[in-house]
Design a protein around this ligand. Structure first.
Ligand code: GTP
Length: 598
């Protein structure tokens, strides 16, 4: 029977260890794509991803492999995103598999992201097949990496394939191991339908396309399906597989991985991790692990040109079609005008959305510094949620402020442990544990305010460890902190988009630093601009952006016509990312200045 020949697996790896290259090789070897059609990194379908080299959206491809035993096997290769912002999606796509190829770079060895993904794979009871990749590199040390895998992860690596995805070494052996070692799917074909949604995407012709793994039962076109989290029902229009282009099928059965369309209009209805069943023969229990994803980080998005406001809304709506985690609602800033408070899973998600808005929709945007979500208990007993620092109530009305905390796990070579601990202490971290993974590397675990992580923690971590440290974090809950709102005034007026929430102990220094940084970033204008930092009504720092000197401007605007034109053009370029706030021109950088301070 069919299930015996199905193998569902993922590839897990640290960024750059060769996941996409290996996936391409596997596709090539199974002749799923003609060589000449072979486009580098086929699984990453968006341009942006290819450029950034990060896999964001999941995907699943069906391959046929003729094994040495003479049988044809059906492989489903399920792609996983590789960044902390997308951990939940990784976990759901792993739940769709029975096995995982663990790709480790033969020169780099195990990294934090490798470990994090391995733990997710182990949580999902997957068979893990280690692959030591890049053995062609002169610095490759497969024996050491093999030892590391056994020592750190605690799985048998004696049969780890030594491979080079780049030169095509070891690919056959990997495919044979998948046949031999990855368990065939279990699951009763005659039971009521139980299918896991592990990805969804919006298609303008077919509506939402769901990527599913059928755990039990069968799904066919014409049946009424039901989403177990919200009870919504839809008629199944089409089922099929990707190979890699979509191929329609008559049914998908227990063990299969494929897609379903059902004229579903909104992706918010079809959250990753949800269970599909049939309306007239439902399963009793949903698959475990469903979680609604909520944004963790909020920022204001404003068009540079206020006439782009409607375009911004439409663009956000378009992106939201394909991104159930993206949230936005209108907000007004005194400084920036009309815009949207936008919620993201994390900083990478935020970067990606901003880039797509600018690149795909041609918008010029000003983004305010990201903020976490605060819980504020007011003196009148009411608890409010604050996702925009400028909305923080006045100090006199605040009883206490709680902020989200994360558990941060930092993997770092021995020599840099001191530097990492210094950094964490400076970022209000509480030390939890430290484990020596081997003689070279240490896992340092801290509990830290999430707000400190979104300020330039990652960059600082990298620069303090020559790039060797890697970071993983998870939110663990809310804790009370001694926080205050820090305001910035230009020309005596509060610029709401510059307001931030800071720890009282850091407020004074942050205010001073921010004021002097803004002085550097905001270009001189025709008049003098006082910059002040305040807490409540108290001014804690003050500086001045000097005016142009008259003779300089006179010279600038003199000269011949062509030079003057050039100058105007240049100014126009520069203006792109400037926003006039009152009479002051403020560049985008200024809004992010608060992120890069100690
Ligand atoms: P993300 O998509 O960013 O998660 O990275 P990835 O893990 O998919 O890595 P990718 O396949 O993009 O490979 C990263 C880099 O390593 C690329 O420049 C590849 O050409 C290179 N690479 C992959 N496999 C090998 C290999 O076997 N040998 C050598 N020398 N380089 C390799």
């Amino acid at each position: 029977e069919r299930q015996k020949r199905i193998r569902n697996f993922s590839i897990i790896a640290h960024i750059d260890h060769g996941k996409s290259t290996l996936a391409d090789r596997i596709l090539q070897q199974t002749h799923s794509v003609a060589d000449r059609d072979m486009q580098a990194q086929l699984l990453d379908s968006m341009d942006l991803e290819r450029e950034r080299g990060i896999t964001i959206k999941l995907n699943a491809i069906e391959l046929t492999y003729k094994a040495k035993d003479g049988e044809d096997y059906i492989f489903h290769l399920i792609d996983t995103p590789g960044h902390v912002d997308f951990t939940y999606e990784v976990s759901r796509s792993l739940a769709a598999c029975e096995g995982a190829l663990l790709v480790v770079d033969a020169a780099q060895g195990i990294e934090a992201q490798t470990l994090a993904n391995v733990y997710l794979a182990l949580d999902n009871d997957l068979e893990i097949l280690p692959v030591i990749n890049k053995i062609d590199l002169p610095a490759a040390d497969p024996e050491r990496v093999q030892f590391e895998i056994e020592d750190i992860i605690g799985i048998d690596a004696s049969e780890a394939v030594h491979a080079s995805a780049k030169s095509g070494i070891g690919i056959e052996e990997i495919l044979e191991q998948i046949v031999e070692k990855v368990p065939e799917p279990q699951g009763d074909v005659d039971a009521p339908l139980k299918a896991l949604i592990f990805d969804s995407a919006y298609d303008s012709y077919r509506g939402v396309v769901l990527n599913i793994r059928v755990m039990e039962g069968v799904i066919r076109p014409g049946e009424r399906m039901k989403l177990m989290s919200n009870g919504k029902e839809f008629e199944v229009v089409e089922v099929g597989i990707f190979s890699p282009s979509p191929i329609q099928r008559d049914f998908l059965m227990a063990g299969d991985v494929g897609y379903v369309t059902a004229n579903i209009k909104t992706i918010q209805d079809t959250r990753v991790g949800d269970t599909i069943t049939l309306a007239n023969n439902p399963t009793e229990e949903a698959l475990p692990g469903y979680r609604k994803l909520n944004p963790m980080v909020y920022a204001g998005l404003y068009p540079v040109d206020s006439s782009d406001y409607n375009d911004l809304r439409e663009s956000l709506e378009r992106l939201q079609l394909n991104d159930a985690a993206l949230q936005f609602e209108p907000e007004t800033s005194q400084a920036l005008g009309f815009g949207y408070r936008t919620g993201f899973l994390g900083l990478l998600h935020m970067d990606v959305i901003q880039e797509r808005l600018e690149r795909e929709f041609g918008l010029d945007l000003i983004m305010t510094a990201p903020s976490v979500i605060y819980e504020v208990v007011k003196t009148d007993g009411e608890t409010i949620i604050v996702d925009n620092p400028s909305m923080m109530p006045d100090n006199t009305e605040v009883d206490k402020i709680l902020e989200p905390y994360v558990k941060a796990t930092i993997m770092v070579p021995n020599d840099y442990v001191g530097a990492v601990m210094d950094l964490c202490e400076r970022k209000r971290g509480n030390f939890l544990t430290m484990d020596y993974l081997d003689e070279y590397r240490v896992n340092v675990v801290y509990e830290m305010p999430m707000a400190e992580i979104i300020f330039d923690f990652f960059d600082k971590l990298k620069s303090n460890t020559k790039g060797y440290a890697s970071l993983e974090y998870e939110v663990i809950g809310y804790k009370q902190s001694n926080l205050v709102k820090l305001d910035i005034l230009l020309n005596g007026e509060i610029i709401d988009a510059f307001s931030t929430i800071v720890h009282r102990d850091f407020a004074f220094n942050r205010g001073k630093e921010l004021a002097s940084k803004l002085k550097e970033i905001i270009p001189r204008q025709m008049f003098e601009i006082p910059v002040q930092a305040t807490i409540g009504n108290k001014v804690i720092a003050r500086t001045t952006i000097k005016a142009y000197r008259k003779d300089v401007t006179a010279k600038l605007y003199g000269g011949d016509v062509s030079r003057r034109k050039k100058l105007l053009e240049k100014q126009k370029e520069g203006k792109k990312r400037m926003k006039s706030v009152g009479s002051v021109e403020i560049p985008q950088e200024a809004f992010m200045a608060v992120l890069s301070m100690d």
